[in-house]
Design a protein around this ligand. Structure first.
Ligand code: HEC
Length: 114
């Protein structure tokens, strides 16, 4: 009986030690949190507003900025359609089929050819 009590005491002490040491390591971790400010600068794009602009904004700037479009030369409707299809099929852009035409029209308006 005495031995059992002693065992319990030892177990209890071990537990207390564990809890205390856990707390200590937690405190150390908390103490080491620092914050860093990273200046990402800003990307200025000046794509004009117009019919389809909102749809373009909703579907085309989640993965990269509108700068990608701004850097393109004037392209034909066929090429823009192929590009939007590539964003959708190859890169997995969740663009509804019903929005593709509107986006292409917008792109042709601002960067169209022919
Ligand atoms: C799911 C993410 C995603 C979405 C949404 C998306 N793109 Fe892209 N886009 C990419 C990737 C990935 C690339 C290739 C980047 C590279 O090659 O560095 C790219 C490249 C481009 C390029 C550069 C030319 C090229 O052929 O690589 C243009 C222009 C472009 N996207 C326009 C658009 C337009 C317009 C939309 C909306 C219809 C759109 N993107 C939506 C992922 C996306």
């Amino acid at each position: 009986m005495k031995q059992v009590r002693l065992k319990n005491k030892i177990l209890f002490s071990l537990c207390v030690c564990c809890v205390i040491s856990c707390n200590e390591t937690n405190n150390k971790k908390q103490g080491s949190i620092t914050s860093t400010v990273v200046d990402l600068g800003s990307v200025v794009t000046n794509l004009p507003d117009g019919p389809g602009y909102a749809t373009f904004q909703n579907n085309c700037v989640s993965c990269h900025s509108a700068r990608y479009v701004q850097m393109q030369p004037n392209l034909t409707e066929k090429t823009w359609t192929a590009l939007v299809t590539k964003m959708k099929k190859t890169f997995g852009a969740p663009i509804p089929d019903s929005s593709v035409k509107e986006i292409v029209q917008y792109l042709v308006t601002i960067r169209g050819k022919g």
